[in-house]
Write a protein that binds this ligand. Structure first.
Ligand code: PEP
Ligand code: MG
Length: 759
């Protein structure tokens, strides 16, 4: 069963449009189950009716004509009950409805399974049989599993069709909306530039080209390069492999021959397809044919063709990257955005970003917020590889993407962009004013940095210090560990830029979703694995080099503070302190004149919440990492779009933990700040101030909004609000009560500027 399932899903995935996908489904399922009929009905959201979209066995003329409301027929029943229905004699069921045009009176037994994608019923998959018999458990399980597998594939094919004008409504290219997760606030309007994962043939889209000669030349160049690679590889292995074993390389060379694979690709390019698309078509077809073969030797050849395909694609992608022209309003789209991709776009051209994977708390989203680039994460249903070059709107407030937006929608969103611009301009005046509440409470606002550009932005917005410098960012955009000297110069630049304001440098915090290409960490549960301080305590050489670089960088400036990430107990803090002292002694021995800087600990693991007092006794400051603390307290992966709606720093348990850390730190007379994204949410900042946080550290983009709101508030009012909210046990109610209270105070303006758009 598994093998059949896998083959069908694979084949359907390769279908060029929804119609073909559905036709493959009904043919293959009918054959696999040995039934007389297999049909797919899809729910049309406009008419709210289940429409017969494809069938094998029923009269084909009824396709698109037969439809039923959710309260009609057996199909309607399966759809509304969201459960399979297995009937020996369908016509005797009270909900049976006869449609003359299908000719279905001949079929007695009926088995239907709902097709559900992300809780939404998309349609019903049905098989029917002439003889009266109940389908057995195995058959029922097969159909249910098949429809669960196909739900995502159908959703994907449908979305692709809508984008390319091949949707089931056949209305030509239409505006379509895809829901994701807010990544970075703001609205971006522009043209999609898709960054495909390197050498992944499966996601290469079709695209027509006009300059066929150029495309042919590109392909010839890729062919020649791979041929050369093969020859060299064979040469290099000549001493280790026997002649017969090296014959494999001759097979590769033959496959690339002008008369074989190479020729087929060339023919497709000549019909107007771009080289990458032509390559995908040819390779997929060959792989499919090889995989179908029962002979083990021949079916193994599929792997060789795939390998060759990947090698050719890598050269084609390299060539494209070199001549890629980014439009003025680039919307960067990728399956998984990475910090390095952002760096590729020329300055001033990046208007928005979309990532299919990841969530609002992924580190790339944090970077996007710091840069003020509207971003949507977790847009899982967007057929991202197919949107290159089309017009898009990125709504980073609601986490929505619109493809081919209508002039009307463009107008509405342009108004939001303008409103946002005016708001930012209005807040500029706050730059030199203190963040002080109406009743005179002073709340220092610090920034989180990582990129060089953050320095200028932080200064333009009047930051009073750096509460978190993510040192891993320079590590991530490098292709090897930076040396002590290189690190020293990067850190010196940060310290000097903010001097005399304090700069809190965090020791390297890699692992989780922050990987270094040159130091890969592969784990099943990366967020519960080798992360942050765990890595650097296991690699004291990395820790010591970094600490030495920081200490040396601060000579003569003395505005350095060192912070330790992911501490889960006092034992780790002790070890890290020991290493820090060792580094300090070493640099002093080298003649660097520097006193030991303040050392702090991040509270971002639940165990640290319970040990906050013990930790506080040993450090100079505490900073709460609410991003990780929320994920660990709620057991919600911050990077996983499927559970993103459960990730909530207004959850009563998180609020209680945040409050208890402040109380414990203050009991030891240790100042406590917070540097998670929550601190930059104006509404949350009100609560944090009321809890007693001594400073808030946030992305520079949000700093003026937080300052504006706190300046309109009194500390006593904030405390009153906090007291009320701490009595609520439901996160949603906390949200609504807080936002309502702020709106009632006339302070709703900075909460969500896109709330006026009707989508
Ligand atoms: C946090 O976890 O809140 C934090 C500030 O660190 P990061 O987001 O870099 O993990
Ligand atoms: Mg963290």
């Amino acid at each position: 069963m598994l093998n059949t399932l896998r083959k069908v899903v694979q084949e359907v995935n390769g279908a060029k449009d929804l119609k073909t996908a559905l036709s493959i489904i009904v043919q293959r399922v009918r054959a696999a189950m040995g039934t007389q009929v297999c049909s797919v009905y899809l729910l049309d959201p406009e008419t709210n009716r289940f429409v017969l979209m494809s069938t094998e066995g029923l009269n084909k003329r009824s396709i698109g004509r037969v439809s039923m409301a959710p309260n009609e027929g057996l199909v309607g029943l399966v759809g509304t009950r969201e459960e399979p229905l297995n009937l020996e004699d369908a016509s005797s069921h009270p909900r049976f409805r006869y449609f003359a045009e299908t000719g279905e009176e001949r079929y007695a037994s009926f088995l239907g399974a709902p097709i559900i994608h992300h809780r939404r019923v998309m349609g019903v998959l049905v098989v029917q049989q002439k003889e009266r018999r109940q389908f057995d458990e195995g058959e029922e399980a097969f159909l249910v599993t098949m429809s669960a597998q196909l739900a995502g594939v159908i959703a994907h094919a449908e979305a692709t069709g809508t984008i390319r004008g091949l949707g089931r409504q056949g209305k030509g290219i239409q505006e379509a909306r895809f829901v994701g997760i807010p990544g970075a606030p703001g609205v971006g309007v522009g043209t999609a530039v898709v960054v495909l994962p390197p050498a992944d043939l499966e996601v290469v889209p079709d695209k027509t080209v006009t300059d066929i000669e150029a495309e042919l030349a590109l392909f010839q160049h890729a062919l020649e390069s791979v041929r050369e690679d093969m020859r060299q590889l064979s040469e290099r292995l000549s001493t280790q492999l026997r002649k017969e074993e090296r014959a494999l390389f001759d097979v590769y060379l033959m496959m690339l021959d002008d008369a074989a694979l190479g020729n087929e690709v060339t023919q497709i390019i000549k019909r107007g397809q771009w080289a990458q698309g032509a390559l995908r078509q040819v390779v997929t077809e060959h792989v499919r044919r090889f995989e179908m073969m029962d002979d083990a030797y021949l079916s193994e050849r599929a792997a060789d063709v795939k390998d060759l395909g990947r090698r050719l694609l890598a050269y084609l992608q390299q060539a494209r990257q070199q001549c890629l022209v980014y439009p003025d309003q680039t919307i960067l789209v990728s399956e998984e955005l990475s910090p390095a991709m952002l760096g590729e776009v020329p300055e001033g051209k990046l208007a928005g970003m979309i990532s299919v994977l990841g969530s609002g708390n992924s580190h790339v989203a944090i970077l996007a917020r710091a840069m003020g680039i509207p971003t949507v994460m977790g847009a899982v249903d967007l057929p991202y590889s197919k949107v290159d070059g089309i017009s898009l709107i990125v709504d980073g407030y609601h986490g929505e993407v619109f493809t081919n937006p209508s002039p009307q929608l463009l107008k509405q969103y342009s108004a939001v962009v303008e409103e946002e611009r005016q708001l930012t301009q209005g807040l500029e005046a706050l730059r030199s004013l203190p963040c002080e509440t109406l009743d005179g409470h002073r709340m220092p606002l610090w920034v989180n940095t990582g990129l060089l550009a953050d320095v200028a932005r932080a200064q333009q917005r009047g930051a009073e210090g750096v509460g978190l410098y993510r040192t891993e960012v320079p590590f991530m955009i490098n292709d090897r560990f930076p040396s002590e000297k290189e690190q020293l110069s990067i850190y010196r630049e940060q310290l000097a830029a903010f001097h005399p304001q304090p700069v809190t440098m965090r020791m390297l915090d890699i692992g989780g979703d922050k990987s270094l290409s040159y130091f890969p960490i592969k784990e099943d549960n990366p967020f519960l694995g080798w992360r942050g301080i765990r890595v650097t305590l296991d690699h004291p050489e990395i820790f010591l080099v970094q600490a030495r670089a920081m200490l040396k960088a601060s000579e003569g400036l003395d505005n350095l503070r060192i912070m330790l990430p992911m501490i889960s107990g006092v034992h780790e803090l002790d070890e890290a302190q020991h290493l820090l002292h060792r580094a300090w002694c070493e640099v002093r021995d080298e003649g660097v004149n520097i006193s030991m800087p303040p050392v702090g600990v991040m509270v971002e693991v639940p165990s640290a919440v319970y040990q906050a007092r013990d930790l506080a006794r040993e450090v100079d400051f505490i900073s709460v990492g609410s991003n990780d603390l929320t994920q660990y307290l709620l057991a919600v992966d911050r990077n996983n779009p499927r559970v993103a709606d459960l990730y909530d720093y207004f959850h009563p348990a998180v609020l209680q933990a945040l409050k208890s850390v402040v109380e414990d730190a203050h009991a030891e007379n240790v100042p406590v700040s917070i540097c998670g994204e929550m601190a930059g949410d104006p509404a949350a900042a009100v609560l944090l101030m009321a809890m007693g946080y001594d400073s808030l550290s946030m992305n520079a983009t949000n700093l003026p909004k937080v300052k504006w709101l706190l300046r309109q508030m009194s500390l006593s009012k904030a405390k009153e609000l906090l007291d009320q909210l701490l009595k609520i046990d439901n996160p949603q109610v906390v949200h609504s009560a807080l936002h309502l209270a702020l709106r009632n105070l006339g302070l709703g303006r900075v909460i969500n500027p896109a709330s006026t758009v009707q989508s």
